[in-house]
Every structure is written in structure tokens, then in C-alpha cells.
Design a protein around this ligand. Structure first.
Ligand code: SF4
Ligand code: SF4
Length: 470
């Protein structure tokens, strides 16, 4: 009997099976309006930030805008102090201090920055408020979006977008006003005399605000913000997080208010989903700590209101720690937190000292490209350009001297007066008898000292070049 060889059909299928799509389309989040302690706290914090952002730009100090980043002149004015490009090391320090401040707050209180003070969150709440007053609360908005286009729908959508754009324009003008004096910018805008770049940046920031707070919203926090990515590694078991207490809440389920739910085997969670409906990132905090949670505490307010209605104790969702949730003690003072606090204090101290001790005059010396020349008297001559920067808020007179080479003759202005914030350029010639030159290259130092206050001084190294000495 002949053995049959098994035959396998290898004909390709007529249709290639659809591949799994790894891209999930965004589901629009319809947040429900709510009230409560944390919403009020956020409103107070938001109002303070708004006053700071929209108000500071209008303050004047000594006849100019108090906070003004003057890019063409490369100067940064902040109240009585002016910072020059040479001081930007201080700015780097300030940014490092801010970063450490954020690390400290994150280790201590999780994402409170995101929930309460981040401009993305604050403006998203403002845009959500505009949505509510024009399109109604959550259910009305969902209904409106499903309904066919009508005059009512068109009007409501138009009103919402008009408010969004108006807020965007306000933010953009204020932001640009920190770079172009706002008291000049606003009249220029009204009379359409604003220059092309300024108009471009106002348009850009309007669109950025409109797009990120109106449309992208939680996607900025989840996918675009780098802080959201690395903060999870900063959390420890004692970091304050918004969390649901499953030991108290489970088993969740609906029940009548007066029901003996313990006898029914239920926990305190009535599964009303209010905590999900108010969440601006659309997550269910009952699933545990998630990277999408911005720590805004909206779910705490919503759940506390439900607990009140049910006559259950508040705090089913609360600010707590992982240690607390597992029945262990929370350690507020821990090595990492203390380390950040010490580093932060030292850096703030050093920064304050550096700002206080900042020299109020800066001298820069540029040597001419011609190495040296011989003048009519047979002396060796070197030419320099001195740049004297008066960083004080008042005019000063300075005297300039040199050291490092005996017998050096100084020709040019040795006294100079500079107005507040003025940069004065002076050409200077130094000459020396060739036989007295100790070397072909000689280290010299230019000194500048204020004639009004001797503690204000600076110096700059340079060289005096002569012919080769055999
Ligand atoms: S709001 Fe509170 S009771 Fe309602 S589902 Fe969320 S956790 Fe449960
Ligand atoms: S889970 Fe709660 S705290 Fe986290 S983002 Fe949502 S509402 Fe805010």
C-alpha cells in the first residue's frame, strides 16, 4: 500500500487579514462641572497667577516697563535691575533652581504643579468654563455634538470659539508685551502700526493657546509634556498622590441611600462614575495611579459630594500616599526630600549672593588685529577698543588704568562717563619704548573704577605685543 504524502494548501488568502491598528483615535472628553474645596483652591491660585501674568506687564519702574526683555538691546529689565548677556549665567542658575524647586515639590506633593499652576491646565479650565457657558454642561454638550447642524448649534459653537480666540489674543498680546513694551504695543495694534514680527508672534501665541487649551488639552499633558514622562521616577511611597481607597470602596455597586450595603457585601463606592465624568484627562482613578493623572483633585471634590449625599464619610478618593494606603506610616521627612531641600536652599543662597554681588560695571577689551606698530617717536604701539558697560541704574564716571608692564604710556580717554545702562566704546593706544619691553608678548590688565563709588570696579586681561627679542 502506497503511503500518502500530506498536502497543505499554501494558496495566499484572497484578502490579507486586517492588521491590528496600534493607533487609537482620541475620544473627546466631556467633563462635568463640579464644585468643592479643591476647585475653590484652584480658582484662588489661578486668579493669583492671572493677576501676576496679566498685571505685571503693565507696571512701570523708573520710567520704563518694570519687567521687560529688550531683545534688540539684549537687556533684561526686572524692576530696579538690568541684566546683560554677560549675566545670563545667572539666568541659567535661575532655571536650575526652578528645576530643583519642581523636583522638590514633585517628590513631596506629586503633580500639584500640573493640577493647579501649569499654564496648560489653568487655560484649559478657562476654556472649559467658556464651553460650559456657551454649550451647557456635559450632557447638553454631548447632545449638541450629536445633533445635526442648526442655527442654535451654529450660534453656540461660534460663541465658544469667539471666546476661545479672544482669550488666546489676550494671552498672546500680554506675552509679547513682555518683549515689546505693552503701553506702546496696544496703541500700535489698534492703529495697525505694529511691525511684521510682532504681528507674527501675536498670531502664533494666539493659535498656540487656542489649539492647546481648546483642542489638544489632556494630550499635551499625556503625550507632549516632558515633565509628565520623568516625574513618575521621582515619586516614592511617601509622595502625596490622588488615590482611591479600594479597601473602603470595594466591592463597588449601586444601592439605595438607606440600604444596609455592608450586609449586601458592598463597599462605599456606589459606582456613580462621577469621579470619571469630572476628570479632565478622562481616566478612572479607581484603576489605580496612572500617568495621565495630573493631580487636580476634581475627582476628590466629586466623590466627596457623593459621600455627603449618601451620608458616608468623605475621603474615599483623597490625597494620600502609597504607604498610607497599605496601612503603613507616611514619612514626610526622608533623605531624598531633605537632599533636594538642602540643595535648593544652597542654590538660592548662592544665587541671591551672586545677584547682590554682581559688578555694576563691566569692562571688555578687544585688541586690534594689527599686532603692533612703530610710531614716529620709535615707540611700539598697540591699539585696543574698550567697551564700558554701566549696569547701574544711575549715571557713573569711571577712571581707566593699566598694570602689568612698567613704562606703558596710555593715550586716549582715561575718564569716561556712562548713563544708566549705557554701553560706551572708546579707542585706546598703549605705547612703550622697544628697549624696555621684557618680551614680545606681555600680559597686561586694564582696570576700571567708579569715581562715585570705589567698590564698583572691574578688570580685563589683555596683551601688549612687540617685535621678537633676540
Ligand atoms: S465618585 Fe466616588 S462613589 Fe462615585 S464612582 Fe467615583 S469613587 Fe465611586
Ligand atoms: S484622576 Fe482625579 S486628580 Fe487625576 S486628573 Fe482625573 S480628576 Fe484630576
Amino acid at each position: 500500500m502506497t503511503e500518502q504524502i500530506p498536502v497543505r494548501d499554501v494558496t495566499p488568502p484572497a484578502k490579507v487579514a486586517a492588521s491590528n491598528d496600534l493607533y487609537a483615535a482620541r475620544e473627546k472628553i466631556y467633563t462635568r462641572a463640579f464644585s468643592g474645596l479643591f476647585r475653590n483652591l484652584r480658582r484662588v491660585g489661578g486668579a493669583a497667577l492671572f493677576i501676576l501674568f496679566f498685571g505685571t506687564v503693565w507696571l512701570n519702574w523708573d520710567g520704563r516697563q518694570a519687567v521687560w526683555w529688550d531683545l534688540p538691546e539684549r537687556k533684561f529689565h526686572i524692576f530696579g535691575a538690568t541684566f546683560w548677556p554677560q549675566d545670563f549665567m545667572l539666568l541659567s542658575w535661575l532655571l536650575i533652581i526652578c528645576a530643583f524647586g519642581l523636583f522638590f515639590i514633585t517628590v513631596f506633593a506629586g503633580r500639584v504643579w500640573c493640577g493647579y499652576t501649569c499654564p496648560q491646565s489653568v487655560f484649559t479650565w478657562v476654556f472649559m468654563w467658556a464651553e460650559k457657558i456657551t454649550e451647557g454642561d456635559r450632557n447638553q454638550r454631548m447632545k449638541l455634538d450629536k445633533a445635526p447642524m442648526s442655527a442654535n448649534k451654529l450660534l453656540r459653537k461660534f460663541a465658544k470659539h469667539a471666546i476661545w480666540i479672544a482669550v488666546g489674543i489676550l494671552v498672546a498680546i500680554t506675552f509679547v508685551g513682555y518683549f515689546t513694551p505693552i503701553r506702546q504695543l496696544v496703541p500700535d495694534l489698534v492703529t495697525l502700526q505694529v511691525n511684521g514680527w510682532t504681528a507674527f508672534w501675536i498670531g502664533f501665541f494666539t493659535l498656540a493657546t487656542y489649539g492647546s487649551a481648546g483642542f489638544l488639552r489632556e494630550q499635551v499633558c499625556i503625550y507632549m509634556c516632558p515633565y509628565a514622562r520623568f516625574q513618575s521616577v521621582m515619586f516614592d511611597k511617601d509622595t502625596l498622590i490622588v488615590s482611591y481607597d479600594p479597601r473602603r470602596g470595594e466591592k463597588r455597586g449601586p444601592r439605595k441611600k438607606e440600604a444596609d450595603y455592608k450586609a449586601m457585601g458592598l463597599g462605599d463606592c456606589i459606582d456613580c462614575t462621577m469621579c470619571v465624568q469630572v476628570c479632565p484627562t478622562g481616566i478612572d482613578i479607581r484603576d489605580g495611579l496612572q500617568i495621565e493623572c495630573i493631580g487636580c483633585a476634581a475627582c476628590i471634590d466629586a466623590c466627596d459630594a457623593i459621600m455627603d449625599k449618601m451620608n458616608y464619610p468623605r475621603g474615599l478618593i483623597s490625597y494620600t500616599t502609597e504607604h498610607n494606603l497599605s496601612g503603613q506610616q507616611t514619612h514626610l521627612l526622608r533623605p531624598r526630600l531633605i537632599g533636594y531641600a538642602v540643595a535648593l536652599s544652597v542654590m538660592i543662597g548662592l544665587f541671591a549672593y551672586a545677584v547682590y554681588d554682581r559688578p555694576l560695571v563691566k569692562l571688555d577689551v578687544l585688541k586690534d588685529r594689527v599686532l603692533y606698530r612703530e610710531n614716529e617717536q620709535g615707540r611700539i604701539e598697540n591699539v585696543y577698543t574698550l567697551k564700558v558697560m554701566n549696569k547701574a541704574q544711575h549715571a557713573q564716571s569711571f577712571v581707566i588704568t593699566t598694570s602689568g608692564l612698567d613704562g606703558l604710556a596710555y593715550e586716549g580717554r582715561s575718564e569716561v562717563r556712562a548713563q544708566a545702562g549705557e554701553l560706551v566704546t572708546i579707542p585706546v593706544e598703549l605705547s612703550m619704548a622697544p628697549e624696555k619691553l621684557p618680551s614680545s608678548t606681555n600680559e597686561i590688565v586694564f582696570h576700571i573704577k567708579s569715581m562715585d563709588d570705589e567698590s564698583i570696579s572691574d578688570e580685563a586681561d589683555s596683551r601688549f605685543i612687540g617685535p621678537s627679542i633676540r
